[in-house]
Design a protein around this ligand. Structure first.
Ligand code: HEM
Ligand code: CA
Length: 405
């Protein structure tokens, strides 16, 4: 890279030097005392290596390649596409609204998608890539097998490609579409800058290892969020997203029938709620053991192909995450926390927010103060959407979100 740059600079230097020699002869003949001729001659004598060094200074340094979370403020812009694609944000908004009215389940799927993208490798649309000869797709990682919304992103992207080809990144589309989704499902609107770029690789292994499982305990959850800069308060606020959407029975079945290998239900579950959940998710032999995010169990159970598996497992059975929550009429977020206060968290990971004072106090706060929740959730979503972004010349703007070019 450096060698190439040096050769390039050398050639430019020779061309400019020839021009400078002629100019210098002319200037010295007609204006012998002007000093211009001297300057031109000193340029001819200067070393192209010096110029290379000064050109190199402008090339982004390695440490700038992957900006840290705080750098989002430095690199992203309030409306990055104001000149290149002024209608970008509006196109995402209108497109989302149209698709939401046809199928409302897309909104929660996109909110989950932004979490799974931004948590692994940052908000770089790595989650959208199909496997390539040099990497495996994150979509194949166990926690992502139930991820949805890829078609929604593709559809928005092709609309944008028609209006401003090659301009709007898939990473920006994910965060913008997720913001729309939160708003459409009754959540707050939050501030987003744009200018993210798309990764050239996917991180399947990290996705399998680092996305928290629905069986995770509080300390695992908190340390996973803390390693990405989130406080316990922000973690509790983000989980308010579990007031929308669905979960497959597989993800909490152990709690109903064989909690920690006891052959009984999780004693922390509200007894009436437990009965309701059991009705919705009858016992399914093939999913009664092992962690639901373990590649072999969840892959098999969520993608059962033979008919016996389909009968035995709850492969297609889902419940609303806000199923029978106490605060049914309280809207986005608040109903989730009210449910937790009544031991009605569907997944073990949700109920873990009540396990210790440091998170329980926020569950109580948010259950009783809608405005505080909406403020905290907004800030946490902006922060999540700015996690480890790619900017400048790093990465690319994909033409098709599932492929690099
Ligand atoms: C401890 C952390 C978390 C765990 C263990 C977790 C786990 C899960 C699981 C297992 C599902 C069910 C998926 C399915 O059955 O299709 C789910 C759904 C969902 N999650 Fe999370 N999640 C976590 C954090 C988050 C965060 C931080 C957000 C967003 C800010 C989020 C948003 C959602 C949404 C909206 C759904 C519903 C998806 C749909 O209806 O398609 N989750 N989550
Ligand atoms: Ca990513």
């Amino acid at each position: 890279m450096k060698m190439k740059l040096f050769h390039g600079t050398y050639i430019i230097h020779i061309i400019v030097s020839i021009f400078a020699i002629f100019s210098s002869i002319l200037v010295t003949t007609y204006y012998p005392d002007s000093g211009i001729g001297r300057s031109l001659r000193s340029f001819v004598k200067s070393s192209p290596r010096n110029l290379t060094v000064s050109f190199s200074m402008k090339i982004p340094k390695k440490e700038d390649l992957k900006a840290n979370p705080r750098d989002a403020d430095r690199f992203l812009q309030e409306n990055f596409y104001r000149e290149s694609c002024p209608r970008a944000v509006k196109i995402v908004r209108n497109s989302m609204r149209r698709m939401y009215h046809a199928k409302s389940s897309i909104a929660p799927s996109l909110v989950r998608l932004v979490f799974h993208d931004c948590f692994i490798g940052g908000c770089d649309a790595s989650v959208l890539l199909d496997s390539d000869k040099s990497f495996l797709s994150e979509k194949e990682a166990a926690p992502n097998l139930s991820l949805k919304g890829f078609d929604v992103i593709d559809s928005i992207k092709s609309e944008l490609e028609e209006v401003c080809p090659g301009v709007v990144s898939c990473a920006d589309i994910i965060v913008l579409a997720a913001r729309e989704s939160v708003e459409l499902t009754g959540g707050p609107s939050y501030f987003l800058k744009t200018g993210r770029r798309d990764s050239m690789v996917a991180f399947k292994e990290a996705a399998g290892r680092e996305l928290p499982a629905p069986t995770a305990n509080l300390s695992t959850i908190l340390s996973s969020f803390a390693s990405r800069g989130f406080t316990p308060r922000e973690t509790v606020a983000l989980l308010g997203a579990h007031s929308i959407g669905i979960t497959h029975c597989n993800f909490f079945q152990e709690r109903l029938y064989n909690f920690s290998g006891t052959g009984k239900a999780d004693p922390e579950l509200n007894p009436r709620f437990l009965q309701d959940l059991k009705t919705k998710c009858p016992f399914a032999a093939s999913t009664s053991s092992a962690s639901p995010y373990a590649a072999d169990s969840s892959t098999r159970s969520l993608h059962a192909s033979n008919s016996q598996d389909m009968v035995n497992s709850n492969v297609d059975k889902v419940v609303d995450l806000s199923f029978d929550n106490e605060g049914g009429n309280d809207g986005f977020g608040v109903r989730y926390y009210k449910g937790l206060l009544h031991k009605k968290g569907v997944m073990f990971s949700d109920s873990q927010l009540m396990a210790k004072e440091e998170t329980e106090k926020w569950v109580r706060q948010y259950a009783s103060d809608k405005h505080r929740f909406r403020k905290d959730f907004s800030m946490a979503m902006t922060k999540l959407s700015n996690n480890q972004i790619l900017t400048g010349n790093v990465g690319q703007v994909r033409i098709k979100c599932s492929k690099i070019h």
